[in-house]
Every structure is written in structure tokens, then in C-alpha cells.
Design a protein around this ligand. Structure first.
Ligand code: 7TS
Length: 535
């Protein structure tokens, strides 16, 4: 039986709001989920009834807060099948939990000659962290390949995971491809070679039953804000023996047992890893979120998500203007789908969808190397949760109809006519063949990327400017506008461009969104400096 979304939706008042005069369709759950009243009532209750620091006071409020905070560890431990609260450390988020393993375990344990294995589909929280640790320790960093159908190449995994490998770090569920990785198989391989495995559960713990015993995970990291809980709280599960051996990463109050001027000893687990005043209200509220999800049932959450993803993919399969990424429809995947619509930059598409009240995410989703492999600057991602319905997916699909034409209308309605004009009639959009200098520029988090070309004559006058860009419509229009504006100017003036673009835009285009426009001023300044140095 499916989820009773009508009842569930009543727990999330935010879903009743409108955006751009249309009912909100929230499909950005892989970034952050919404929070039910049961969770923020718990938060509210903490602040209105027993807000106090934990483990410090002999007064009633502190006692109550400490008990609730400790019990929250028990409930989160139970949620993922850990043996006891000693194995459940509260952190700020998944990223901090992974860094705790990296610095508490990795830095102290790894050396040149050791290897770390991760995958090409990791979130930067994992990928960048292990790059840093490899650099610091001299360990070799190896990436398991992603196959064309968006799954891990397990033959490659078997090649890479050898006796040098001390740590394997793998996302349980990819935040872009929706792939569910074979964690147990990887754990067995890792253990056969004497290593430990860290599972990034940011996208799995909120969306499917996760049991650390059956996965045989040594560490598991996840975030509260993706599982109907508050921001500012995440968790690191670790097998007790490993956490006992592991060094603290943050030092200070709470985490100590005894301190002298010469030396200090550490508190018991898990407090040894929770230095300073912890996220008390957030931890207690996160336990309420775990209870909320348990009441629904994690099997039901998984099935609901999978059914929505399947419904969406079936509809996408019937269109020829959309490309989606990740495993094909007949392979089990989680409830998120990343895609691109032909000829419409993801940025423009998400703006267009926002105009229809639909929240999705566009960009590289903190997986730049994976987008390089997919050979796309970015993607648009729809991610579903317990409160989403097929009707909402239908609204998304309707909004995707004629996206290109809608984008043009939106551009004209939303921005000053001149921006639309410049976008439709750009200046030298194919670049210049005989440029004096070229400068690449990227705003990778949005998937904007381009190159400016500038041709300068002997006197330093800009003869022509052009650009080549895969960026969104606004970025391209700005590049074009600037090319027109600066042609004929002296190159010297480019080193003093501060505020020119803002000036051009602020004066005439009050609605202009500038946050993700490829930075032409910086590009030109850098280019001009290089040119002046060159000549
Ligand atoms: N790992 C994965 C697989 C993730 O999807 C994310 C967040 C993180 C780690 C980091 O989580 P945090 O809570 O520490 O930030 N992913 C996304 C996303 O896909 N869009 O916004 C955040």
C-alpha cells in the first residue's frame, strides 16, 4: 500500500504556501527536506521548557536537557541499527562527520604506500576531503570508475581494492545519478584486504532502511536536514572498537576526562568526539525526525520514492527533448532524477520552473568531476520525498513542455528588454579567431562556463570582443552587452572596471540576477593585466 500523502502533507505546513502565485511543488529534497510539525514542536518544546547546557549543571533544566540529548543518541543509534549510543557521534552535518574520520582516523593512520579508494560519483564532501588527506599523508588516492549506465564498475573496484588499501569511502546513494551502490559487496572486499569502509549515507539514511550491521559498515555519515530534521546536526556512526582507537579531531570542553597542565585524557564515547557545547536542540529534534520516519516506515519511504522516480522516468522516456542520467529505468534507483532539456541551460530551466512554483536544483550538485565524466556543465535535479505526489510530477512535466519557448518568454518578461535582445542577437557569440587574448571563466556551482576573446590594436584600443559560452541566457546576454560596451575602449580602462557591469545592470535592469553570472569584470581585468604584461 502506498503512503497516505494527504495525511503526511498536513504535517508540513510549508507545502501549503504559494510561490509566484502558484502552489509550491518542492522537489529539492536531496538538498534539504522539509520539517514536520512533530519535529519543530520538539525543538520549540526544548526552548520553551528546558533549554540548558548539557552535562554541566546540577540543576533540573540541565538534567532534563542532558537526558533528552543522550536519549537522542540512543534513538539515532537504533535508527541505523548501531549497538549503542557509544557508536553514535553528533556532528554538524555529513561533511563534518566525514572530516572527523579523515582527521581522527585517516591522518593518524595513513602513510605513503597506503591507498584510499573512493569513486568517481562522490560528493565533494568525500572527494575533496580524501584528496586533502592523500596529499597530507602521501597515500595513493584511487577512484572506482562509473560505467556508462551510472553504476560502479565492480571489476574495477576489485582491481583497485588491494592489500595497500586502508580505507574505502563510498556514497551509498549518488546525489546525482540516484544509483544505489553495492555497499555490502564493497565492505566485504575492503575487509578481505584489511581495510575499513566509510559509507556516505547522506542520501540513503533519509530515504531507505539502512542497517549498519547488514551493510557491515565501519563508519556511516549522514545529515539531519535531509531526513526531515533540522539543519546544524549530522551523525557519524562508527564501530565501537574503531572509535575507541580513533583520536579526537576537535579539542576543548565536554570531550575531556581529566586535564592537567601537562596532559589531558579523553571522555567516554561518544562525548570524546563532541567538543564544546553540542547542537542540543537540533540533536533532540533530529531524534523526533527519526521517530517520524520510523512511524511511516523506511520500507514505505523507499518504495514511495522509487515509485515516483519510476513514474517520472517513464514519462521522460517518452520525450525526445530530455536526457536523464543514472541507471536505466529497470534498475533500482533512489528518488532523485537529474536531467537536461535540449537547448535550455539548467539555470534558465530552474528559473522557469520557479516561475511555476516548482523548486528543483540546477548546477553540478557538488560533483564536478562526475559532471566532467558526463560531459555536461550541470544538470537539473528533481528529488522526491514522503510528501511528494504524482500530481506534482505532472506539474513538473507540464512545465517542461515547450521549455525553450517558455524560457524566451520568461526572459522577455522577467528581464529588461535589452537583456533579452542581447541574448537573441548576441555580439560575436562564436568568439574571435584572431584574438589578442582569451580568458576562460567558470561559475561551476551553477554550470556556467565561457571564454572571452579580446582583440587589441597596436595603440591598445579594443577592436573587437567576443565570447564562447555554454552559460545561461543571462550570462550570455551580459557577455554580449559587455562586448558591445567595451569595443573601442582602451585596454588600460579594463584594469579599472570595478562596478561597470553592476553600473550597466543596476541602472537599467533592477530585476537582474547577478549572483551566478560569469564574472566578466574579473575576466577582463585579468586578461588586460596579462595583455599589458605581454606587450
Ligand atoms: N554526501 C552526499 C552524497 C550528499 O548528497 C551531500 C549533500 C553531502 C555528502 C554533504 O551533506 P552536508 O549536509 O554536509 O552538506 N548533497 C547536497 C546536494 O546534492 N545538494 O545540496 C546538498
Amino acid at each position: 500500500m502506498g503512503l497516505d500523502t494527504d495525511t503526511i502533507r498536513r504535517d508540513f505546513p510549508v507545502l501549503d504556501r504559494t510561490v509566484n502565485d502558484t502552489p509550491l511543488v518542492y522537489l529539492d529534497n536531496a538538498a534539504t527536506t522539509h520539517t514536520p510539525t512533530q519535529v519543530y514542536d520538539t525543538y520549540d518544546d526544548y526552548y520553551s521548557q528546558y533549554n540548558a547546557n548539557v552535562h554541566r549543571g546540577i540543576h533540573t533544566l540541565s538534567h532534563e536537557a542532558s537526558q533528552a540529548y543522550e536519549a537522542a543518541h540512543d534513538r539515532l543509534a537504533a535508527f541505523i541499527g548501531a549497538d549503542s549510543r557509544e557508536e553514535m557521534v553528533f556532528t554538524k552535518n555529513t561533511t563534518e562527520a566525514m572530516n572527523l574520520v579523515a582527521y581522527g582516523w585517516g591522518v593518524n593512520r595513513l602513510d605513503a604506500g597506503d591507498a584510499i579508494v573512493t569513486t568517481e560519483m562522490e560528493h565533494h564532501a568525500s572527494l575533496v576531503t580524501w584528496q586533502q588527506i592523500a596529499e597530507k599523508t602521501g597515500a595513493d588516492l584511487r577512484y572506482i570508475r562509473v560505467t556508462a549506465d551510472g553504476t560502479l564498475d565492480m571489476d574495477h573496484a576489485r582491481e583497485l581494492i588491494d592489500d595497500d588499501v586502508e580505507l574505502v569511502s563510498v556514497a551509498h546513494v549518488s546525489n546525482v545519478l540516484g544509483t544505489i551502490n553495492p555497499v555490502r559487496e564493497l565492505a566485504d572486499l575492503t575487509h578481505d584486504h584489511g581495510g575499513v569502509i566509510l559509507v556516505d549515507g547522506a542520501q540513503s539514511v533519509p530515504t531507505r532502511p539502512v542497517d549498519v550491521q547488514s551493510l557491515d559498515a565501519d563508519f556511516l555519515a549522514f545529515s539531519g536536514h535531509k531526513m526531515a530534521g533540522p539543519t546544524g546536526i549530522g551523525c557519524l556512526y562508527g564501530k565501537r572498537g574503531l572509535l575507541e582507537e580513533m583520536e579526537p579531531f576537535l579539542f576543548g570542553g565536554e570531550m575531556i576526562s581529566h586535564v592537567t597542565f601537562d596532559d589531558s585524557s579523553w571522555n567516554d564515547l561518544p562525548w570524546k568526539f563532541e567538543a564544546g557545547t553540542p547542537p542540543i536542540a537540533e540533536g533532540i529534534a533530529l531524534a523526533a525526525a527519526a521517530d517520524y520516519l520510523n512511524d511511516i516506515g523506511m520500507d514505505a519511504v523507499r518504495d514511495h520514492e522509487a515509485a515516483l522516480a519510476r513514474y517520472f522516468i517513464d514519462k521522460l522516456d517518452a520525450r525526445d527533448d530530455v536526457e536523464y542520467y543514472g541507471p536505466p529505468g529497470d534498475v533500482e534507483r533512489s528518488g532523485l532524477v537529474s536531467f537536461n532539456v535540449d537547448g535550455v541551460h539548467g539555470h534558465d530551466l530552474s528559473e522557469l520552473l520557479d516561475n511555476h512554483g516548482i523548486a528543483v536544483r540546477a548546477g553540478d550538485h557538488c560533483t564536478q568531476p562526475l559532471h566532467d565524466i558526463l560531459d555536461i556543465p550541470g544538470s537539473v535535479r528533481a528529488s522526491f520525498y514522503v510528501y511528494n505526489t504524482r500530481d506534482e510530477i505532472d506539474r513538473l512535466l507540464t512545465a517542461l513542455d515547450d521549455a525553450q519557448q517558455q524560457r524566451d518568454t520568461l526572459l522577455s518578461n522577467h528581464y529588461h528588454d535589452l537583456i533579452a535582445d542581447y541574448y537573441h542577437n548576441p555580439t560575436n557569440p562564436d568568439g574571435l579567431t584572431n584574438a589578442t587574448f582569451r580568458k576562460h571563466s567558470a561559475e561551476t556551482s551553477c554550470g556556467d562556463e565561457g571564454e572571452f576573446h579580446v582583440r587589441v590594436d597596436d595603440t591598445g584600443r579594443i577592436e573587437a570582443m567576443g565570447f564562447q559560452s555554454d552559460s545561461c541566457a543571462v550570462s550570455q546576454a551580459v557577455a554580449s552587452l559587455l562586448a558591445d560596451h567595451l569595443t573601442g575602449a582602451n585596454i588600460d580602462t579594463l584594469t579599472d572596471l570595478d562596478g561597470t557591469v553592476e553600473g550597466l545592470l543596476d541602472g537599467d535592469f533592477p530585476d537582474m540576477r547577478r549572483d551566478c553570472v560569469v564574472g566578466p569584470e574579473e575576466v577582463l581585468q585579468a586578461g588586460a593585466r596579462e595583455h599589458l604584461i605581454d606587450t
